[in-house]
Design a protein around this ligand. Structure first.
Ligand SMILES: *Cc1c(COP(=O)(O)O)cnc(C)c1O
Length: 453
């Protein structure tokens, strides 16, 4: 299996190179040249454990790695989860909730990043190279990436996050990690500023090569791939195609479901829920991708306007037409808006809605009072979105984070102190390490150059 760029100007590369490359050199995102068709294998896959299924899916994409290595990496990655099923499916009234937050940092990001950290370590060790992970985070990617990379040989990590705009606990999960190879950069700006800086640094190919930079954001293909596993695993628990409801910011999580369906997983509709940062919801209604201004909400991990993985959706929607994709992306870059020929993509089976704060809070309150279930505000956005499309049943709602990551919001919504987790309680009062920087590409480059090892 070879990987090519959505923008069509990067020579095909094998899986291990794609994992290290992150953003393609032509500025696009890497995608496999073809997607495998899993339909003939689904019956045999029904009985597999999460780890076994992860290996089977990975093998189709990582054909330059030995099976034993994939087995070891997957087993180790998911042994860090505190639930034997890794991603348990729980019934909450008429809904099925797929809990993706049983990993070390309590958000779904662990599913991909526990795997990715180990993939990085394997590939760099085999090549005798160093790798410095560079990523931007709206809150959860940073701690999950740090947990995947901390203490690993020949690796460092630089995480940019918007200072004061993550939840305080999310910040503590990053800044209390003591390993010397971890660098937390508190940027005086928004998540979009952080993401823009990271993109600019990755686009400086000399700098990227000189400091051995790699990506852990969902621009990394391996992340999307790891996430496709839980869609397939959950869909195979049902006898007929099932819909999924997904709280979305960067279009990463829902893209994994979209790809799982394209590869033949029995998935009906994908319901996309955004918060007030509704660029994706507007796009699926109008076909126009138009930048708004970032608003701060109670679901901060989705306070995103420019969804970095959206380009992969456009790639598939346009049938791989790199010329049309480049026109779309450059129009968006130049004008802050771009329109699809043919208007809203009605044939993609994606139903989108923006959920405001009042509805998000009411959803948390209702889940608690009617079903005794505590959802975090991001998961509540997805669950509220599922309620808007009652015809899509059965529906699996993805629970993106443990409620204890957002205790103030959750406790206020349910009316009692309900959101606690011992792993988070243990962080309070620990020493913190971070460096404050202006939202400036040169300042971040200087810091990396001085600390890349
Ligand atoms: C990352 C994250 C999201 C958004 O996921 P995308 O892949 O960016 O769509 C939503 N909720 C939580 C809790 C997250 O950590």
């Amino acid at each position: 299996m070879r990987y090519v760029s959505t923008r069509g100007a990067t020579p095909p590369m094998p899986f291990q190179d794609a994992v290290l490359t992150g953003l393609a050199p032509d500025g696009g995102l890497l995608v496999p040249q073809t997607l495998p068709d899993f339909r003939g294998r689904l019956a045999a896959w029904r009985d597999l454990s999460f780890v076994e299924l992860a290996v089977a899916v990975l093998q189709a994409f990582a054909d330059d790695m030995p099976r034993e290595t994939l087995e070891r990496i997957a087993a180790e990655a998911y042994a860090t989860f505190d639930h034997p099923e890794v991603t348990p499916l729980v019934e909450v009234g008429p809904l099925h909730v797929l809990e993706l937050f049983h990993g070390p940092t309590l958000a779904f990001k662990d599913i991909a990043l526990q795997l990715l950290g180990r993939l990085f370590e394997h590939v760099t060790a085999a090549r005798g190279e160093r790798l410095n992970v560079l990523c931007a985070t709206s809150g959860d990617t940073g701690s999950a990436a740090i947990a995947g990379v901390k203490g690993r040989a020949n690796m460092g990590i630089f995480v940019l996050y918007p200072d004061g705009r993550t939840s305080p606990l999310q910040a503590l999960q990053m800044t209390t990690v003591a390993d010397a190879n971890v660098h937390c950069l508190a940027i005086d700006g928004s998540f979009d500023d952080c993401q823009r800086i990271v993109k600019a640094i990755f686009n400086d190919l000399d700098f990227k090569a000189r400091h051995c930079l790699g990506a852990a954001n969902s621009v990394n293909w391996a992340r999307v791939l790891a996430q496709a596993v839980y869609y397939i695993h959950a869909a195979l628990r049902f006898d007929a195609p099932v819909s999924f409801s997904v709280p979305t910011g960067n279009f990463g999580n829902i893209l994994a479901g979209y790809l799982a369906r394209r590869m033949g997983a029995p998935i009906d509709k994908l319901v996309l829920g955004t918060n007030a940062n509704d660029i994706l919801a507007r796009f699926f209604h109008t076909g126009e991708y138009r930048l708004g201004t970032v608003q701060r909400t109670i679901s901060p991990s989705m306070d995103i306007q420019v969804a970095s993985n959206f380009e992969r959706f456009v790639h598939y929607h346009l049938g791989g037409d790199a010329v049309a994709l480049r026109t779309f992306m450059s129009t968006f870059a130049d004008c802050g808006a771009a329109k699809l020929d043919g208007g809203a993509p009605a044939d993609e089976g994606i139903l989108a809605v923006a959920i405001d704060e009042a509805e998000t809070k009411a959803t948390m309150a209702n889940l608690h009072s009617r079903h005794g279930y505590i959802a975090d505000p991001h998961s509540a956005v997805g669950i509220a979105a599922a309620h808007r499309f009652p015809a899509c049943r059965p529906v699996v709602c993805l629970a993106a984070a443990h409620p204890a990551k957002f205790p103030d919001t959750v406790d206020a919504a349910v009316g009692r102190a309900a959101a606690r987790h011992p792993a988070l309680d243990a962080l309070v009062g620990k020493p913190q390490r971070k460096t404050r920087l202006a939202p400036d590409v040169a300042a971040v480059k200087d810091f990396i150059a001085a600390h890349a090892g």
